[in-house]
Design a protein around this ligand. Structure first.
Ligand code: SAH
Length: 451
């Protein structure tokens, strides 16, 4: 097989990243993006390795029954969605299979109960957050989305995963930048002003945060920009300028200046109110997050007398929505602003049995253990890279009856579950929850109990 060969291929499975996979007669695996299980294809070979190759669809001979019409012009160009061409039912099944594969292949665990994927109520426009890169265009500046694995920007006026409200902000900002003759930041030269437009929306309270990430302190004539936003967008609650002068991929700098409003928004989750600052984590899909947290609460089986530790707690959302069902809650989080938000959230919700610690989960857990804290339940909700093996050992030492593992990465979850099973814990069940429809990502909640 060599580059540019055209071969016939049947797609039989999907990778974790959402690329179709087929095998040739001589056993070579070919990855074909934007294909569907069951497709019979003519594939153009793009790159050949020893045992596998990459290809792209040249012609669909016989389409998979899972296929639907794609409805987004940026699909296949922008790095966001991978499943706009298949039915939602097949997407849910593919995502569950991703979890099954990870648990069996990476975790080496057989016969784990993995429930059906909990469906997203809204397959489109479910996100409450956008970070749109700004770039120079022929008539001034443009906003768009990063292409797959790159910093090339695909310009797009709309994203079907985001609320239409965000388009109003984008349009006003673009017009303002062009009328006032201000430039987009250029990653290569380090020159230019506006880096990102960062928007967050609290759906339940209808509060909107607009944050401009600038190479500098602010924009010229920002009073005009703010006035135009206010006049046209009744939901506008706060406008913030975030300063980022570093030559980095990280979107946000550490310094914020509030130009309008209070500098944060508030949303309601499972009946509790939460403050959301620009630098604090907040789940991007509010309604699905509520389902996720409810499953976590069911797994925690709190009766009222427990000590509950919520590691990687962000603004406290998981623990605080169950604080009235346990005796004591201790949250741990590394971002200082998020810890401040968590404390404030406990206060505004009248929660008196919660305490929050700022620090690295691994060291904070060691300290809690040394201090003689004996948790009955530990919840962990780490970023994609999962848990450190030392933290898993510390958790096992503290010996809680139940560990509830909330994970946004099935592969690191599987790796960590293996370590838990080597430390006296058994995996009881896993529920995948679809928070990120049309993208390859899937959230999981897993219950572990002590042997
Ligand atoms: N449980 C929260 C937040 C989950 S996101 C919620 O559902 O909203 C993961 C959180 O872990 C983020 O807030 C991030 O800032 C925090 N974090 C990342 N690395 C950490 C570490 N080493 N120790 C503690 N917290 C960490």
């Amino acid at each position: 097989m060599k580059k540019n060969d055209i071969i016939k291929l049947k797609i039989t499975s999907m990778t974790a990243q959402g690329s179709g996979v087929g095998k040739t007669g001589d056993g070579i695996v070919i990855f074909v993006p934007y294909s569907a299980i069951g497709d019979e294809l003519e594939v153009r070979v793009l790159k050949v390795k020893k045992t596998y190759a990459y290809g792209k669809i040249e012609n669909i001979i016989n389409p998979s029954p899972d296929r639907i019409e794609n409805d987004c012009p940026a699909f296949g160009k922008c790095g966001g969605c991978v499943y706009r061409h298949i039915s939602y039912n097949s997407e849910k099944e593919i995502k569950r299979q991703r979890v099954v594969d990870a648990v069996e292949r990476i975790g080496g665990l057989k016969n784990v109960k993995i429930n059906e994927t909990v469906a997203n109520d809204r397959v489109n426009r479910y996100r409450n957050k956008a970070q749109l890169p700004c770039q120079a265009s022929t008539d001034g500046v443009d906003f768009g989305f990063y292409a797959n694995h790159s910093h090339r920007i695909v310009p797009a006026d709309d994203c079907l995963l985001q609320p239409e409200l965000f388009n109003k902000v984008t349009k006003i900002t673009r017009e303002f930048m062009n009328q006032t003759n201000q430039s987009a930041y250029n990653e290569k030269t380090g020159k230019g002003k506006l880096r990102h437009l960062y928007i967050r929306y609290a759906e339940k309270t209808e509060q909107l945060m607009v944050c401009y990430v600038v190479n500098g302190n602010g924009l010229k004539q920002e009073d005009i920009l703010i006035r135009t936003l206010k006049e046209n967008i009744p939901e506008l609650t706060t406008v913030i300028f975030n300063s980022n002068r570093e030559n980095t991929n990280v979107v946000l700098g550490s310094k914020n200046r509030t130009a309008y409003g209070k500098g944060y928004i508030e949303d309601i989750l499972r009946g509790k109110r939460f403050k959301i600052s620009p630098l604090s984590f907040y789940q991007v899909n509010r309604t699905q997050a509520e389902k996720l947290y409810t499953i976590a609460e069911n797994y925690a089986e709190l009766k009222g007398n427990e000590v509950l530790i919520d590691l990687y707690c962000g603004t406290g959302t998981i623990g605080l929505t169950m604080a009235d069902k346990c005796k004591k809650l201790i949250g741990v989080e590394i971002i200082e602003d998020a810890v401040e938000d968590a404390k404030y959230n406990a206060e505004i919700n009248g929660i008196k049995n919660a305490e929050f610690v700022c620090g690295d989960a691994k060291f904070a857990a060691e300290k809690l253990s040394r201090d003689g804290i004996k948790p009955d339940v530990i919840i962990v909700d780490p970023p994609r890279k999962g848990l450190d093996s030392e933290l898993i050992a510390t958790i096992a030492e503290m010996n809680p009856e139940r560990v509830v593992y909330v994970s946004c990465d099935s592969e690191t979850l599987a790796r960590d579950l293996k370590l838990f099973t080597e430390n006296n814990y058994s995996v009881k069940e896993i529920t995948p929850v679809d928070l990120f429809s049309r993208t390859p990502h899937i959230e999981n909640v897993c219950l572990l109990t002590v042997d």
